[in-house]
Design a protein around this ligand. Structure first.
Ligand SMILES: Cc1cc2nc3c(=O)[nH]c(=O)nc-3n(C[C@H](O)[C@H](O)[C@H](O)COP(=O)(O)OP(=O)(O)OC[C@H]3O[C@@H](n4cnc5c(N)ncnc54)[C@H](O)[C@@H]3O)c2cc1C
Length: 367
């Protein structure tokens, strides 16, 4: 049996960012079921940090994370477009950008078309351009956490699928692919499987809902270098579009279909809807989908992250429910997780931004 100070289940951005912090306080073992970290949601993100999604709490976490994200991100403008029916939503988003001190401008439809020349005029009456948005190198983020862990003498075990969890009165004992691990503190960062891990441990479930999102990739116009095109997103229902290299674009209809935890794959209908939304709003002809993928974004019932000790299960800590913002909030969330696991004071910058541990605690959801 391998003993350590902290066992982290899940080698995605949530588990690795938290584990890298805990490695400064003791030996961590991260157990990852797949043959490589980041195989599920964390390897399928479109890797943008912006203020166009989530509740105020998620945006606050994003603002607190931006300085650290800059290490693995490059500035890439986010263009939030609104049709004439979506102007109220654009006003609300402008308020958000103002409150968070973003480097943004409100622009006309014509100015938006200067940034994204393929945009049809009826698709954009007005827009916001956020010059502070970041394109993230998510692979580099995961690798940096792995390197920090290893440098501190901690380990990531891949191919370690947790199948049994029991508490022996002092430690959590975890069975994973024929090995047994034990630690007094067990961190549940299993993404879409977070409730399954709680069930194995006999801990009350949160009601984490995985939701499938589909991304398509297709060729841009011939001879057009699209690298400078902004990340473009409708303020309400619609689509997003972003460059993937010089001649390729990615798009999503921002689908969020409830799913069982699984190795998510794109469905034909979702691919077709994404392509149709792009063709409706732009002059881009999508002749062939070069490739597509889907991933699961996992949400608690109130769509906010869950960080904290489970009631009645000493040492079982939730780090789950990052939804569609797991990368852009990871620097702040991992510090909140570190303080929750160790019982340290809540991070001062988070408290100063009017966040409190109770907003993250599973107790708010009765768990
Ligand atoms: C299409 C798409 C686009 C996105 N775009 C963005 C974006 O632009 N910006 C952003 O910030 N976020 C984005 N996200 C969200 C982001 O990817 C997630 O919030 C984040 O990856 C969640 O990380 P995680 O570590 O919780 O989950 P995961 O990466 O899924 O990690 C959980 C891990 O737990 C492991 N596991 C599960 N069960 C077990 C078990 N029994 N034993 C051992 N290991 C187990 C899994 O194998 C998995 O590797 C996007 C997501 C998708 C799907």
């Amino acid at each position: 049996m391998e003993r350590c100070d902290f066992l982290v289940i899940g080698g995605g951005i949530a588990g690795l960012s938290c584990a890298a912090r805990l490695a400064a306080h003791g030996r961590v073992v991260v157990l990852e079921a797949e043959s490589a970290p980041g195989y599920h949601a964390s390897g399928r993100s479109v890797a943008v940090a912006h203020f166009g999604l989530g509740e105020r709490l998620v945006r606050t976490l994003t603002a607190l994370s931006l300085p650290a994200l800059a290490e693995h991100g490059t500035r890439h403008p986010a263009l939030h477009i609104a049709s004439s029916a979506q102007l109220e939503a654009l006003d609300a988003l402008e308020d958000t950008h103002r409150q968070f001190g973003c480097d943004y401008a409100r622009i006309s439809g014509a100015e938006a078309r200067a940034l994204l020349p393929v945009l049809k005029s009826e698709a954009c009456a007005a827009a916001l351009v956020d010059h502070g948005a970041l394109k993230l190198d998510t692979h580099a983020m995961l690798q940096a956490h792995m390197a920090a862990l290893r440098a501190a003498g901690s380990t990531v075990v891949t191919g370690a699928r947790v199948s049994a969890i029991a508490h022996d009165g002092a430690s959590w004992r975890v069975e994973a692919s024929g090995e047994t691990y034990a630690a007094p503190l067990l961190i549940n960062a299993a993404g879409a499987w977070a409730d399954d891990i709680a069930r194995l441990a006999g801990v009350s479930l949160i009601g984490i809902e995985p939701r499938r999102r589909t991304v398509i990739s297709f060729a841009a116009l011939p001879d057009e270098d699209v690298r400078e095109w902004p990340f473009t997103k409708t303020v309400g229902e619609g689509f997003y579009l972003l460059p993937e290299g010089a001649g390729q674009l990615l798009a999503s209809s921002m689908d969020q279909t409830p799913s069982q935890p699984c190795d998510a794959a794109p469905e034909e209908l979702d691919i077709a809807i994404a392509a149709d939304r792009v063709e409706q709003a732009t002059t881009l002809p999508i002749r062939r989908i070069a490739h597509s993928w889907a991933g699961l974004r996992s949400f608690a019932p109130d769509e906010l992250p869950v960080i904290g000790h489970a009631a009645g299960a000493p040492g079982f800590v939730w780090v789950a429910g990052q939804g569609g913002a797991g990368f852009q909030t990871a620097p702040a969330l991992s510090r909140i997780a570190e303080s929750a696991v160790l019982g340290l004071p809540f991070p001062a910058d988070c408290a100063a931004a009017d966040l409190a541990p109770e907003q993250f605690a599973p107790a708010r959801l009765g768990a």
